[in-house]
Design a protein around this ligand. Structure first.
Ligand SMILES: Nc1ncnc2c1ncn2[C@@H]1O[C@H](COP(=O)(O)OP(=O)(O)OP(=O)(O)O)[C@@H](O)[C@H]1O
Length: 344
């Protein structure tokens, strides 16, 4: 028997015209449509205040959508169903564990409340703890384990109830950078192994790329682009998405040969750095940061900042004059004015 046998797969999730207006007229979420097949991991990515948590709360049943909106699990309308009968799992930034209970008691809590017999409960808890690498700490009170371990307990506890949909609201943001990076890989692996339908909220784009099957980029209470991480990175729909996900350079079109656009956007990997005169754009090296295999250059092009990468063994130094060539196939031009690329 494999570790995942007996664990129900997630439900498909549909959100139909679901919006949220708060008293006083604050529109936290515009009427929104969303469809997740069972087992998909969707990341909601966007700056503070753009409606990510509001959308999550509507799916959880912690808040009701404005009239006309609906939430469906496996095609069944759950809009009027309270949270305790929706079978959603939730993991938050703050662990919300029971501090006076052990690791195992925390993980088994939901099963106990549901009236699962002790033997079945203990077997399930043991299996989950093994999967999140905490079997050795089963009997340890949760106030005597580390932050990363607590977040694993919170995840195991949320998975234990075999949720139809798992909702994760910035679950890793309280952890230090190295731990966050490790746990993000573990988390994605675990969700996929259990085929859990999940919505993961973050404002960290590296986390979004690592975890999401698809990413919904939000701004001003609406989803402005929904696609795979590759889509979002390579084919951003507007200057906001282009600048929010990954490093994006911008130059006035007049500086870019053959361009009639006001402004041209391109990633560092679209830039080839050569000796002066080799490429059409003259530049000076302002900073050169060593990243191991490559060096990230910050360049001044006619008063504009451009970032580009070179192999770290190339003898390019701060203050050097260089030239740049841009790969025409990787230039982005948007019809929308790019004035506002900041948050909500
Ligand atoms: N109970 C409330 N009453 C009034 N306005 C609210 C309420 N809850 C949220 N808002 C507003 O709705 C908007 C969306 O908030 P939401 O919490 O969904 O954003 P978010 O993208 O999750 O932000 P963050 O990343 O900071 O958590 C914000 O402008 C917020 O101030």
């Amino acid at each position: 028997m494999t570790a995942t046998q007996g664990v129900a797969h997630g439900a498909s999730l549909s959100v139909r015209r679901a919006g949220k207006t708060f008293p006083g007229g604050v529109v936290a979420l515009q009427p929104t449509d969303l469809d997740l097949p069972a087992g998909e991991i969707l990341v909601l990515l966007g700056p503070s205040g753009c409606g990510k948590t509001t959308l999550l709360r509507l799916v959880a049943g912690l808040a009701a959508p404005d009239p006309g909106g609906a939430v469906l699990f496996d095609g069944v309308d759950v809009t009027g169903t309270p949270i305790e009968r929706r079978r959603v799992g939730m993991v938050f930034q703050s662990y919300a564990l029971f501090p006076n209970m052990t690791v195992a008691e925390n993980v088994g809590y939901g099963l106990k409340v549901r009236g699962e017999p002790r033997a079945a409960r203990e077997a399930e808890v043991g299996r989950l703890l093994a999967m999140v690498g905490l079997a050795d700490l089963a009997d340890r009170p949760v106030d005597r384990i580390s932050g990363g371990q607590r977040q694993r307990v919170a995840l195991a506890r949320a998975i234990a109830i075999r949720p139809k949909v798992l909702l994760l609201d910035e679950p890793l943001s309280a952890l230090d950078a190295a731990l966050r990076e490790r746990l993000r890989i573990e988390l994605a692996g675990l969700l996929r192994r259990f085929a859990i339908t999940a919505i993961h909220v973050t404002h960290d784009q590296a986390e979004a790329m690592a975890i999401g099957d698809r990413i919904a980029v939000m701004r001003d209470g609406r989803i402005i682009q929904l696609g795979t991480p590759e889509d979002i990175y390579a084919r951003p729909v507007d200057p906001f998405v282009a600048s929010f996900v990954g490093t994006m350079n911008r130059l006035p079109g007049r500086l870019v040969a053959g361009s009639t656009a006001d402004e041209v956007f391109f990633r560092p990997e679209a830039v080839t750095v050569g000796p002066p005169g080799a490429g059409p754009l003259a530049a000076r090296v302002v900073a050169a940061i060593f990243f191991g295999a490559h060096r990230r250059l910050t360049l001044d092009v006619d008063g504009h900042v451009v970032e580009a990468d070179i192999a770290s063994d190339r003898p390019v130094r701060v203050g050097d004059a260089v030239s740049l060539a841009l790969d025409a196939a990787r230039l982005h031009v948007f019809s929308e004015p790019s004035g506002r690329i900041d948050g909500c």
